[in-house]
Design a protein around this ligand. Structure first.
Ligand code: HSE
Length: 434
């Protein structure tokens, strides 16, 4: 059988890795796919020194690939929203299948792209868009297809996890570690995407869609970054038996779906709490399988290429299948997507870690406890530290039971109004993940 011809758009880290893996493992890949996969064209503005492209034709214009009648599958690895959207829509218009690693594109324009792909009877595959080398899309979409998924929680940004790990293990300051993450090439072109949770929210939006069978709704995801975290909170969390992770959480409730990215305290003995450095992990809880955990490299040249090539193999196998009999893009049949709403953050429920800086006066603790109990907020643990020498204030650390976000905000406002409380109350969500 003639090989399938693919075009790679973008020869950066992931594009270069994809080319190399396809070349190195060509024989094994062909044995799996049932046909050879040949890179027939590359679109790149500059060569990648880590790639021996040999005689493969190279163009500077990505649309040459989308319009090339020889090409069966376009691999979009240029990143970003606008140009990538145009490229993918053009490829689909020309009847080509698409493989992409672009989480921003799928999270923001996925509904439009999948609708167009259905119209044209082509596949758009995006395993590499979430958690790099971890095949978590396939696991949720196919491996867990029997389950009603209750929730999922993931460390899905390697840069953020690297920063938090260095802060906890080495006591390093946030800004210092971010600089190193950028130098090591982990961070997005705009590192605010990593540290403000936008990158993780892109990935969480995709995971939530395929877990719950809802349309992609990135605009409704709540994001809170890690820029305000201090080593003091990292250490207090540790003393209470927790680790702080930048977590993406998607949970199904009767009222709607929680879709939120924020720093989170997790019990230190959970496996996911011990995922360190740039590694990613996604925990999925289904009613039949219980909790499953998927762990691996969330970024990088060949781990991400591994997912791109796995998608290529899937596409090659499914190319000749009737479009109605392929795995649906968002796991559920398009006419069966649910309109269960995404909840606003103040309607979400979580436990909370609170750090209050108080004057060392009698009765402060009682006032704090009263404010919380008046609002029905149950305290799980409380820790009062020594008076700080530099300001004479006493840090009080509390962990609450689960409570509505709106209720805790109300309590924090009352706490901050107390005469003996100085400055803002630090609030970090807590998830038990059990
Ligand atoms: N900037 C991303 C991360 C790259 O740090 O995880 C992979 O999506």
């Amino acid at each position: 059988m003639k090989p399938v011809k693919v075009g790679i758009c973008g020869l950066g880290t992931v594009g270069g890795g994809t080319f190399n893996v396809l070349k190195r493992n060509a024989e094994e890949i062909a044995r799996r796919a049932g046909r050879g996969i040949e890179v027939a064209q590359i679109a790149a503005r500059r060569p990648n020194p880590k790639c021996e492209t040999g005689s493969t034709p190279i163009t500077a214009d990505i649309f040459d690939v989308a319009n090339n009648p020889e090409i069966d599958i376009v691999i979009e690895l240029i990143g970003g929203y606008t140009l990538a959207r145009e490229l993918v829509l053009q490829a689909i218009e020309n009847g080509k299948h698409v493989v992409t690693a672009n989480k921003a594109l799928i999270a923001v324009h996925g509904n439009e792209i999948f609708a167009k792909a259905r119209e044209k009877g082509v596949i758009v595959a995006f395993e590499a868009a979430v958690a790099g080398g971890i095949p978590v899309i396939k696991a949720i979409r196919e491996g867990l297809a029997a389950n009603r998924i209750n929730w999922l929680a993931g460390i899905i940004n390697g840069t953020g996890n690297f920063i938090l790990t260095e802060m906890r293990e080495k006591g390093r300051a946030f800004a210092d570690v971010l600089k190193e993450a950028q130098a090591l090439g982990y961070a997005e072109a705009d590192p605010t995407f990593d540290v403000e949770g936008i990158d993780a929210a892109h990935k969480l939006t995709i995971l939530a869609s395929i877990a719950f069978g809802i349309p992609l709704q990135f605009d409704k995801a709540y994001t809170e970054g890690i820029t305000q975290l201090t080593t003091a909170d990292v250490n207090y969390a540790e003393a209470l038996g927790y680790r702080i992770k930048h977590l993406g959480v998607a949970r199904r409730t009767e009222q709607g779906i929680e879709l939120r990215v924020h720093p989170t305290l997790i019990p230190a003995d959970r496996l996911i709490a011990n995922v360190n450095g740039v590694m990613n992990a996604v925990m999925v809880n289904g009613d039949a399988a219980g909790s499953t955990l998927f762990y691996g490299a969330g970024a990088g040249m060949e781990p991400t290429a591994s997912s791109v090539v796995a998608d290529l193999v899937d596409v090659v196998r499914a190319m000749t299948a009737d479009p109605e009999n392929r795995v649906p893009h968002l796991a559920f049949q398009p006419d069966s997507l649910s309109d269960h709403p995404i909840l606003p953050i103040d309607a979400c429920e979580s436990a909370y870690y609170l750090r209050i800086q108080a004057k060392d006066h009698p009765g402060v603790l009682a006032q704090v406890a009263t404010i919380l109990s008046e609002r029905g907020i149950n305290i799980e643990s409380i820790m009062q530290m020594e008076v700080e020498e530099h300001d004479g204030l006493v840090p009080m650390i509390l962990v609450t039971h689960r409570v509505l976000e709106s209720r805790i905000i109300e309590a924090i406002t009352a706490l901050e109004a107390l005469q003996d409380v100085v400055g803002n109350v630090v609030r970090i969500r807590v998830e038990q993940l059990n």
